[in-house]
Ligand binder design. Structure first.
Ligand code: GAR
Length: 196
């Protein structure tokens, strides 16, 4: 069985969309894959309650308890690698995980570490993507699922979705329109990866 570990920091709506897709489409039977654990760097992450309700193992690793980025990532890798199985390396899915990862972390999970970012990469890496898209006068915005490399918000693109930017949009209304698409393309990207 291939284990999937999802990392979150907040509401976890992308994580929930992935969990629901895996249930609805029976990823265990179809791909021999299961969502094994949801981990967060914040104990207050809203998504943890949803994961528990679904019977998924959860873990919290508070980054503030570590003296360096490297020390946190090393501890996180140990927790994740608990889910490696001899027949299948764990797939690590960043879903609103608001931490910059070390190059060592990215290298350790190369090819099996995905992220979703709320812009049409390579435009607008980093934070405040929706506000920046509006200020730039973009007529279209969107979201990107990509494989994670050492460089922040870069890496091979797996899936994208495009939405219009409407004349009276603010960052919140645009974010909501993009998020709906995120919930569609993240499960889709993972399905594609798992079926390879
Ligand atoms: C999503 O919009 C995701 O694309 C974004 O955070 C939100 C998390 O929402 N991620 C990033 O900005 C990563 N740099 P969720 O917790 O409801 O899935």
């Amino acid at each position: 069985m291939k284990n999937i570990v999802i990392l979150i920091s907040g509401g976890g709506s992308n994580m929930a969309a992935i969990v629901r897709a895996a249930q609805r489409e029976d990823w265990e039977r179809k791909f021999g894959a299961r969502i094994a654990a949801v981990m967060s760097n914040k104990a207050t992450a809203g998504g943890l309650a949803f994961a528990k309700e679904q019977g998924i193992a959860t873990a919290v690793l508070d980054h503030k308890a570590f003296e360096s980025r490297e020390a946190f990532d090393t501890a996180l890798m140990a927790k994740i690698d608990h889910y490696d199985t001899p027949d299948a390396p764990v797939l690590v899915v960043l879903a609103g995980f608001m931490r910059i990862l070390t190059p060592g972390f990215a290298a350790h999970y190369a090819g099996r570490l995905t992220n979703i970012h709320p812009s049409l990469l390579p435009a607008f890496p980093g934070l405040h993507t929706h506000q920046r898209a509006i200020e730039a006068g973009c007529k279209f915005a969107g979201a990107t699922v990509h494989l994670v490399t050492a460089e922040l918000d870069h890496g091979p693109i797996l899936q994208q979705a495009v939405v219009p930017v409407l004349p009276d949009d603010d960052a919140d209304t645009l974010a909501a329109r993009v998020l709906t698409q995120e919930h569609r393309i993240y499960p889709q990207a993972l399905r594609n990866l798992l079926s390879k």
